[in-house]
Design a protein around this ligand. Structure first.
Ligand SMILES: NC(=O)c1ccc[n+]([C@@H]2O[C@H](COP(=O)([O-])OP(=O)(O)OC[C@H]3O[C@@H](n4cnc5c(N)ncnc54)[C@H](O)[C@@H]3O)[C@@H](O)[C@H]2O)c1
Length: 265
C-alpha cells in the first residue's frame, strides 16, 4: 500500500533537542515536536530552558498528544545521557532524534571574540555529538534502526557573513554524512536539513525589522516567507517510513533562497 498516510511514526519515541521556544511562538524545534506528536510519536522535549520545553509539552497535550519536558544544558554529557535515559525509562525505546540546537553569530573572524567562536562551536556541534552518542546505542537496541535529523543552515554552503555560525553549520553537514556511513549497517538513517531564513524566535528576538523580513521573503524564488512549521514538516518526513531509502541526505528547505541573487536580509 503506497497511498497510505501512515508515516510509520505512530508509537515511536522521539527526542527533540532544543524543542523549546519563547511563549507560544513557533521555532523549528517546537514545530517538529508538535508535528511528531501529531503523527503519533511520544516526544521528549529537551531544552536548556525547562519552562520553554514545558510550554511545548503543553501545546502537544492541548492537541491530544503525549510528551515530557526536560531541562538541561545539552553541551554537557551527563545532561544528554539524562535525556536519553528519560526516554528509555518512560517509554522503553528510542527511534527518532531531532538535533535542533543552534545559536547565531554576526561577525567576521577579525571582529569575532575568541570566546564567542568557542561558544558557537560548542553550542552548535557538541549537543549533536553527545545526543547521538547516547541515542544511537538505544536505537540499535530496538532492533528496528532509527532516524536522526541534524539541523544545519543554508549558511553552511551560501554564507553571507555570520562567519562562525556558517563554519559550525558546515561541520554539521560532514558530521551528518559521517554518522550516516558509520551507522547505516544498523538501520540508522542520518539526514541533515539546511533551513533558509525562516521566521522563528531566534531571528525576531535578534532585532529583525519589517524591512529585513520582506527582504527575506523576496529572496525566496517563490516569495514565500518560511517558518518553523516548514522545517518541522521536513523533520517528520525524514523521520518517517516514507524516507526509508534516504540517508546521508542534505535537504535544503529554503523556498529557493540559496539559488536567488537577492539579499536575504
Ligand atoms: N531561524 C532561522 O532562520 C534558521 C535558519 C537556518 C537554520 N536554523 C537553525 O534551526 C535551529 C533552530 O532554530 P530556531 O530559529 O528555531 O531557534 P530557537 O532559538 O527558537 O530554538 C533553539 C532552542 O535551542 C535551545 N538551546 C540553545 N542552547 C542550548 C543548550 N546548550 N542546551 C539545550 N538547549 C539549548 C534554546 O533554548 C532554544 O529553545 C538552529 O540550529 C538554527 O541554527 C534557523
Amino acid at each position: 500500500m503506497h497511498g497510505t498516510l501512515d508515516f510509520g511514526i505512530k508509537n515511536k519515541v522521539a527526542i527533540v533537542a532544543g524543542g523549546g521556544a519563547f511563549s507560544k511562538d513557533i521555532g523549528n524545534g517546537r514545530a517538529a515536536s508538535i508535528l511528531l506528536a501529531e503523527a503519533g510519536a511520544k516526544v521528549i522535549v529537551a531544552d536548556r530552558n525547562e519552562e520553554l520545553a514545558n510550554n511545548t509539552v503543553q501545546m502537544i497535550k492541548d492537541r491530544g498528544g503525549e510528551a515530557i519536558g526536560v531541562g538541561g544544558d545539552l553541551t554537557k554529557s551527563d545532561q544528554c545521557k539524562k535525556v536519553v535515559d528519560l526516554a528509555l525509562n518512560s517509554w522503553g525505546r528510542l527511534d527518532i532524534l531531532d538535533n535542533n540546537i543552534g545559536i547565531a553569530s554576526k561577525l567576521s573572524v577579525v571582529d569575532e571574540l575568541e570566546e564567542d567562536w568557542d561558544k558557537i562551536m560548542k553550542v552548535n556541534l557538541k549537543p549533536m555529538f553527545l545526543m547521538s552518542k547516547y541515542a544511537i546505542p538505544a536505537m540499535i537496541n530496538t532492533g528496528e534502526g532509527g532516524s536522526i535529523v541534524n539541523i544545519s543552515s543554508i549558511s553552511a554552503t551560501r554564507p553571507k557573513g555570520l562567519t562562525s555560525y556558517s563554519a559550525s553549520k558546515g561541520a554539521v553537514l560532514s558530521l551528518s554524512q559521517a554518522m550516516a556511513v558509520d551507522h547505516g549497517a544498523n538501520g540508522i538513517r542520518v539526514n541533515c536539513i539546511l533551513p533558509g531564513p525562516v521566521y522563528t524566535p531566534m531571528v525576531y528576538t535578534s532585532g529583525m525589522t519589517d524591512k529585513h523580513r520582506s527582504q527575506r521573503q523576496n529572496a525566496s524564488l517563490i516569495q514565500v516567507e518560511g517558518d518553523g512549521w516548514d522545517i518541522g514538516k521536513a523533520v517528520v518526513y525524514l523521520s518517517s517510513n516514507w524516507a526509508r531509502y534516504i540517508t546521508g541526505h542534505l535537504m535544503v528547505v529554503d523556498g529557493g533562497c540559496s539559488l536567488s541573487a537577492k539579499p536575504r536580509g
